[in-house]
Ligand binder design. Structure first.
Ligand SMILES: Nc1ncnc2c1ncn2[C@@H]1O[C@H](COP(=O)(O)OP(=O)(O)OP(=O)(O)O)[C@@H](O)[C@H]1O
Length: 384
């Protein structure tokens, strides 16, 4: 969808901002450009909508060499989101969002209806926020309006330059999550510039790690974190690589342990006997269909009756396929020694800290060797 062929940009003062760059972004793919300040990320992005012209090389969008496309016509196909948002202060949020459709000559009612739909999509109720002016919004809300506005004319391509850079870390993470949900629905081809490797990893289907004017590695988040191509990339990705991998490694059924299980309709006394025999302190409680009901401790079973009368609700749980980081967060939040893993309502097993560590190590090891996680052997801490 976007293709760079040996693109170089040299500014008049002799600075080579981009040096012989070739890469391709597939349709519906989100590629993050990450690297330190001044490495050429913004220059790369601005060449796609011809706000900057390359010195040499060619850029294609949707198969067309953009050098031959009228810049105004080109920009209609490309949404553009920047950190400072650039909303018009004297226009309402709704009118700001409808800017591009209005420029394209849509009827006012149609442009406004579209704008309302997009505000809704980015999590702003158009009835509440549509009539407001930009200064009556928080930074995070303004940023959402910027995204809505860029999407208004339904462009196939979206360029985003540090789109979540101006807000605090909590709001930033929230905006990132919302954006990912939205992207799953709209599937735009996205180039997103960031200097934050965490953001690049969270958002990117693939990541381009920039050195000075060049891409040092262009690969999936897992590969960039697990198998940095150069010493430079390893340095940029940082020493806390394992921690970052928590975000990209998914929980798989093989990672789970099977704790003792009791049924809701089982007599408490029988369940207690079984737990004592297994030397276990608690059991997971399931209904006859295998769905999770909760958990019960051995001491409580002494009260008699059925297990179902004594069950506690299970708050520490995550869905299978969630990132290990989420499971780790739930463990900390609930001060739990394990978290239950569910497939829908069905109980699959529990993830313990030891199993979490094991999954993480296997994942790093698999990437380093270019194999899938299942093929990688596990090395325990003592082997390391
Ligand atoms: N108009 C210009 N004239 C001369 N040099 C420029 C111009 N614009 C950018 N540069 C230089 O080109 C290089 C790349 O700049 P660019 O803005 O693409 O970097 P970046 O990776 O986006 O950085 P940042 O994260 O700080 O925005 C830098 O050395 C910058 O100083």
């Amino acid at each position: 969808m976007i293709r760079f062929e040996q693109v170089t940009k040299r500014y008049p003062d002799g600075t080579t901002a981009v040096d012989d760059l070739s890469f391709e972004v597939s349709e519906g793919e989100l590629v993050t450009l990450v690297g330190p300040s001044g490495c050429g990320k913004t220059t790369t992005m601005m060449m796609v909508n011809r706000l900057i012209e390359p010195t040499s090389g060619r850029i294609f969008v949707g198969g067309e060499d953009i050098a031959a496309v009228d810049p105004v016509r080109l920009r209609r196909r490309i949404g553009y989101v920047i950190q400072q948002v650039g909303l018009f202060p004297h226009r309402t949020v709704l009118d700001n969002t409808a800017t591009v459709p209005a420029l394209l000559g849509w009827k006012r009612a149609k442009a406004r209806a579209r704008a309302a739909e997009l505000l809704d999509l980015v999590g702003l109720d158009p009835r509440t926020y549509g009539p407001r002016y930009p200064q009556q919004l928080s930074g995070g809300q303004r940023q959402r309006v910027g995204v809505a506005r860029a999407l208004a004319a339904d462009p196939p391509v979206l360029l985003m330059d540090e789109p979540f850079g101006a807000v605090d870390p909590v709001v930033r993470e929230q905006l990132q999550d919302e954006f990912l949900r939205m992207q799953a629905a709209v599937r735009k081809t996205v180039l997103l510039v960031t200097h934050d490797i965490e953001e690049a990893v969270r958002l990117g289907d693939r990541i381009a790690v920039y050195g000075q004017g060049r891409i040092e590695q262009f690969d999936t988040p897992g590969a960039v974190l697990g198998a940095p191509a150069t010493a430079y990339v390893a340095g940029f990705v940082g020493a806390d690589r394992g921690l970052k991998r928590l975000s990209v490694t998914e929980i798989e059924p093989d990672d789970l342990e099977q704790p003792p299980v009791a049924r809701g309709d089982e007599p408490a006394e029988r369940a207690a006997r079984r737990l004592r025999a297994e030397d276990a302190r608690w059991a997971v409680v399931l209904d006859p269909g295998g769905d999770l009901r909760g958990w019960v401790g051995i001491d409580e079973l002494a009260a008699g009756g059925t297990v179902g009368d004594l069950v506690h609700r299970m708050t520490a749980w995550v869905p299978v396929g969630a990132p290990l980081k989420q499971a780790f967060g739930v463990m900390l939040q609930h001060d739990a020694g394990w978290v239950a893993v569910l497939d829908g309502a069905r109980f699959l097993g529990v993830l313990t800290p030891a199993k979490l560590h094991e999954a993480l190590r296997r994942s790093v090891d698999a990437d380093a060797r270019g194999v899938t996680r299942g093929q990688a052997g596990f090395h325990s801490v003592s082997d390391a």
